[in-house]
Structures are given as C-alpha cells and as structure tokens.
Design a protein around this ligand. Sequence first.
Ligand code: NCD
Length: 346
Amino acid sequence: MTPPSREPHPDSRPNPRPEVVAGAATGASAGAGAPGDERRPWRRRHLLDVASLSREEIEFLFETARSFREVSTRSVKKVPALRGRVVVNLFYEPSTRTRISFTLAAQRLSADVVDFNGETSSVKKGETLLDTARNIIAMGVDTVVLRHPAPGAPQFLSERVQACVINAGDGAHAHPTQGLLDLFTVIDKLGSVENKRIAIVGDIRHSRVARSDMWAFLRFGAKVVLVGPPTLVPSSLRDIGVDVSYSLDEVLPEVDVLCLLRIQSERQEQGLFPSLEEYSRLFGLNSERMRRARPDVLVLHPGPINRGIEITPEVADGPRSAILEQVTNGLAVRMAALYLTAGGDA
Ligand code: NCD
C-alpha cells in the first residue's frame, strides 16, 4: 500500500465562497468545514488510495458529496465552486463510467475539462507519463485525474508535479473514488456499515476495486469477507483484518451486502480457474442464489458487468441491485474529491 500523503494544503486562505463547502447546496454555512479552519478534517491535495484516509476525512468527503448530490437534481446542474480551474482526465486504460463521471463532476463544478486518451496521444511516440503530465500541466492544468496500468503511477506523479492528483485506478492497487462511492452507497441504503457483513466476490487478486472497498468498509466497522476461487483470493489479505472464503454458498445466507467483481481477463495470467462457465456456476449471482440470501441483501457491482458470468440479468436489474445508484452517487463523490483536493477555494 502507498504511504499516507499527509502534506498540508499549501493554500489555507479562507474560502471566498464558503457556501459551496459542506452544506453548500443545502444552504447550510460551512462552519468548521471551511478550508481556512484548522479543524477542517480534509487537508490533502491528492487522493491516491483509501487505505491512508481517516474515518474523519471520509466522513467530511461524504458530507460534501451529499451537498453536491443535490446539485445534480436541479434543472441547472452547476455550481461555480471550481470556476476557472482546469481538470485533465489522463487515461491510459479504457473506461466508461469513471471517465464520464469525472468529466461531469468537473463540469458541474464549472471547471474546464480536457480529456486525454493514451491510445491516440504522443504516448504512441514514446513519451513517458511524467513528460506527458509535465507538458499538460505547463498549459495551466490544476488537477490531473489519472488512470494507469502501473500500480503507484498516481503517487509517482503526485511527488513530481504541482497539480493535484486523483487516482482513477492504478493497476490492481487502488481505485479510491470507487471504494468511497461503494461505501457511500451502502451507508445511504443501510444507514451504517458498522458490524454489517459484506462479501466481496470474485477476482480479488486483480481487483483495485476490492482493495479500495475493503479498506473503506473496514474503516467504518464492517466485517468483510473475500470470496472466490483460491487462485483469485490471496489469503495474505487476512492480515489486514478480512475473512476469506472459497464458497459463496457458505457465506450467502449471512451477508448484508454482496459486492460482485468482474473477472479481470486483461490482467489474468492463464489458467487461474478452469473456465468462465465453472466460475459462473460456483460464484455467479443468480435468482436461485438470491432466494438463499437474506431478503434485504444489497447487491453492488462497479461495472462493467459481464451479464451471465458474475451476475445474471434478473439480479443485476432486480430490486436488490444498487448498481445504478452507485453510478449516481459516484458523481457526487467525485465532485467532492475534485473540490476538496483543490482546496475548496477556487
Ligand atoms: C472498474 C475498474 O476499472 O477498476 N471499473 C470501474 O472503474 N467502474 C472495475 C472493472 O474494470 O472491472
């Protein structure tokens, strides 16, 4: 795991628009949350992982996200919070949800957004990540949202550039905004995750979502069990305080939340499980398994879904699925992440 980034925010001027912080959209005053306030729990310029975030930081981010969520329900879905700032989406891996979510989040905060696609850029001509980033930042970019196949790439960049860096997924290491939006969604639906049993099911080994989810849920007192074939669930993860099970059917009746994961075929070495059919038979969530789960079980999936492999369409589109709520909440959580890392004083 990356070490905590605890650098103080360089700009601690009082916020000229305190109404946009925590409670902004609801009209509440910023109070103890304003950037100039020393009691303000959020002081980071970068969001690199969940493991290094304190519960207070996450709660503050959620409070901010809740006030921003209201903005998305208005007919004019914009606040001036980041007017004049520039956000670049630097994506070296495919993405649908995360990229669009960051773009819309930045636009709703009135920032200018630029999209960078590793497939069609000078990366093809041999340019390094650092050179690409430095050149983009030389054009006046304030925040870099980075998705990269190499674990640690966002941390590497954050140590070398002036801009704020938000990790949008680095290899199998971390996907902090996904972990945060998953926790946000579960708290929203269940009130709390304290002592709730949460199963994360599937390709844990290659999943940055699983790594961010488990830290987020553990920080808020949940009991986490990782479920999947032995080859895809590293038992060493027990060391951070999670349980491990190789049988979905065993844990199914006890869990309050099922977080399903996609098999990361693009990160798999060959032969970690016999076939997708077998995986689906043993670990796929279908209507029959749902009948054996708690009637109020909550089903999450970060997307993209492989229908018929880890989840059947009836379950994905069924009444216990919170998959689209995750997407909606993701926008608010990313607005909060962009806003707080920017210092909230645009
Ligand atoms: C995930 C990712 O890219 O890590 N998707 C996402 O961000 N919503 C999960 C996946 O690709 O399976």
